[in-house]
Write a protein that binds this ligand. Structure first.
Ligand code: NAD
Length: 295
């Protein structure tokens, strides 16, 4: 069936992304560790699968949105993995935030099996995913990217191509998330400084977000940090810690000193160490800075 695709990973991001693919007319063969998550999807538009291999059988495309490198690698290379069934010429669209060298290894395994792997990580939280407002960054084999284009377009507001080197989009994503965590620390410190000096932190955030820091990260995250809004959990601190680790790993590989990344990594490490791994990463920074300042 031409419009049938595999979809692996129905977490905070995967679920709204799967919903948009269904809206775009695709039938999904879905796999998730906890199968019950699939009950939130339109049942007529899905086939629930027991393994990643089952989800990848008899399709031209399989999309994966899993939490991290090791879990994706197991879903691809494990006994019931994608590579067991993915057809020759088919394309695996890998959308998780992972290390560029993981993409390189997985792409080589797919090529050896006669199919393709492209990296397509995204920017945007679950609300943005639900509203089809993600920014999709992609890299890898040119023909595979062209073939996957309409699927990527169904998921976001723009698709940005970073070339043939498959890990390029992953580098971009790691760099971007580093910019976000540095901004979260920056806003938490600035707003707390203002609060402790007698200003209304919400007014401070509104001022900056509408004037000299007039950009989505400062507006959207600025509001959450200013209002101390830590729920619902859109992005878990433990996944943020994974991304800070990815940035530090890349900084070491490329001999790029990143003192700010070290600082933000420690903030996330502290939050996770204190039991906040499943809380939103905004809380790691917002509450972390507030606690340090005694407010
Ligand atoms: P999540 O924790 O909500 O979901 C993770 C997914 O991985 C689920 O499908 C879960 O079942 C699966 N999984 C986790 N551990 C597993 C295991 N041991 N075995 C099998 N499956 C397992 O995460 P999320 O927020 O949906 O993020 C998914 C990816 O997207 C991550 O790489 C994340 O960094 C990235 N991302 C997240 C956001 C966000 O705002 N949440 C934004 C952009 C990118």
């Amino acid at each position: 069936m031409e419009n049938k695709i595999g979809f692996i990973g129905l977490g905070n991001m995967g679920l709204p992304m799967a919903q948009n693919l269904i809206k775009a007319g695709y039938h999904l063969q879905v796999y998730n560790r906890t199968a019950a998550k699939a009950s939130a999807l339109e049942q007529a538009a899905i086939t629930v699968c027991k393994t990643p291999a089952e989800a990848s059988a008899n399709v031209q495309f399989v999309v994966s949105m899993l939490s991290e490198d090791e879990i994706l690698t197991e879903a691809v290379c494990g006994g019931d993995g994608v590579l067991k069934t993915l057809a020759k010429g088919a394309v695996h669209i890998s959308m998780s935030t992972i290390a560029p060298d993981t993409s390189g290894r997985l792409a080589a395994l797919h090529e050896a099996a006669g199919n393709h792997y492209i990296a397509s990580p995204v920017f945007g939280r679950p609300e943005a995913a639900a509203a089809k407002k993600l920014f999709v960054c992609t890299s890898g084999n040119t023909e595979a990217k062209a073939a996957a284009r309409s699927i990527l377009e169904a998921l976001g507001q723009g698709v940005y191509d970073f070339g043939e080197a498959v890990g390029a989009a992953n580098v971009l994503k790691v760099a971007g998330n580093f910019m976000i965590i540095a901004s979260l620390e920056l806003m938490a410190e600035a707003f707390t400084l203002a609060e402790k000096s007698g200003l209304d932190r919400k007014q401070v955030a509104e001022f900056f977000g509408s004037t000299i820091f007039n950009a989505p990260i400062y507006q959207n995250y600025g509001k959450l940090i200013a209002n101390k809004t830590y729920e619902p959990v859109g992005f878990k601190a433990k996944l943020g810690l994974k991304d800070a680790r990815l940035a530090l790993k890349l900084s070491q590989l490329t001999l790029t000193p990143m003192p700010l990344a070290t600082l933000a990594h420690n903030r996330l490490l502290t939050a996770v160490a204190k039991g906040g791994g499943d809380r939103d990463w905004v809380e790691a920074f917002g509450k972390g800075v507030s606690d340090d300042a005694g407010v």
